[in-house]
Design a protein around this ligand. Structure first.
Ligand code: SF4
Length: 342
């Protein structure tokens, strides 16, 4: 007869202090774990995966790697396998986090593919961490279904911030970028339903070549047709995943697109829609756009080039993605001298 709890393992950075431990043990040899982190131990109890680091500033819960789009520059290409176990894992994370962070994001893949179980995730986090602001990175397409959007969004305990990509002012462009026929119409219907349910919306636009070619038209479209949007985030492309396979559209130097960026931002400002620029090194932007730039690249994937060493605005610069130097035609970096305030 076996007694005890067979699904309990010791997770520790040192076995020395537990020398009388009889059960399975997972040793964190690299010492990456800290008190307060939430970790999942593999079924064979050989390794542990840290799901939440209490000390991180940006907390993201990964809900699925499936997606109903196939964006040309997707940084994390989707996979078709059933990964619905991630839903239970997400709810377990909520229960085991001992501190409530100020902000927590849900991402995928496409979180709306969880269907009504996404509401279970929202409700669990809202109940256990009522003070935490929640945001969701979603293409919004499945919210075109009026019944589903009502089931998901009505009676929520709190307003959620939705970050929804829009890549063009017309279907030919948006559908091409996300490689899905009908996506433009679905995303617009989803945005309307989010607004109907008083959700906060940020439009996210990754700046690849076909998008930049029509950026002023997209900004005009947003200003005229989507005035309820809280904010537009214009984002430099992360050079990884499908972006590496589609270099002809993703490998661009923002310096070559300053006129389009300025025109688009001016249009959004005239429409009184807030704009931010993400992932863009300051030296790629004209100085009049620096005030829109955010230091948006997470610490763990941000680097600086040797040229940045004596740059006078480094402290305010988003820097570069770690994989920046994998690009064949990497964006050029120009040390800035003599300017200290952005
Ligand atoms: S030189 Fe480096 S630190 Fe300076 S603006 Fe360019 S990327 Fe940023």
């Amino acid at each position: 007869m076996q007694i005890g709890l067979p699904n309990v393992a010791l997770l520790t950075t040192s076995l020395d202090v537990f020398d009388d431990w009889q059960g399975p043990a997972v040793l964190d040899e690299r010492g990456g774990m800290q008190e307060g982190d939430v970790a999942a131990i593999s079924d064979d109890m050989k390794y542990a995966h840290i799901l939440i680091r209490e000390t991180d500033v940006h907390h993201t819960i990964f809900l699925t790697n499936r997606c109903n789009s196939k964006c040309l520059m997707c940084s994390q290409p989707p996979t078709p396998q059933d990964d619905s176990w991630l839903i239970n894992e997400a709810c377990q994370v909520a229960v085991h986090m001992r501190a409530s962070p100020a902000l927590l994001g849900f991402s995928g893949g496409e979180p709306l593919l969880l269907g009504e179980r996404l509401r279970e995730v929202f409700d669990t986090f809202s109940q256990v961490h009522p003070s935490t602001e929640l945001d969701v990175l979603s293409n919004g397409r499945l919210l075109a279904d009026k019944h589903f959007s009502k089931e998901l969004l009505s009676g929520l305990n709190k307003q959620i911030s939705w970050m929804v990509p829009l890549y063009g002012h017309a279907d030919f462009l948006h559908d091409f970028v996300v490689q899905s026929h009908g996506a433009f119409e679905e995303t617009l219907a989803g945005l309307i339903h989010l607004h109907t349910h008083q959700q906060s919306i940020q439009i996210r636009t990754v700046l690849i070549r076909p998008v930049l070619e029509h950026l002023p038209a997209l900004c005009e479209f947003i200003g005229k047709n989507l005035p309820f949007i809280r904010e537009v985030a214009l984002m430099a492309c992360e050079p990884i995943g499908f972006a590496l396979a589609n270099r002809e559209v993703s490998d661009i130097d923002l310096r070559d697109w300053r006129a389009e960026l300025s025109a688009g931002i001016r249009t959004l400002e005239r429409a009184r829609i807030k704009v931010i620029l993400m992932n863009a090194p300051l030296c790629a932007l004209s100085p009049d756009l620096w005030k829109y730039a955010h230091k948006s690249i997470s610490d763990w994937k941000r680097v600086f080039a040797p040229e940045c060493a004596e740059c006078s605005v480094q402290a305010d610069c988003a820097g570069l993605f770690t994989w920046h130097f994998h690009r064949e035609q990497a964006m050029k970096i120009n040390r800035i001298k003599g300017i200290t305030h952005v």
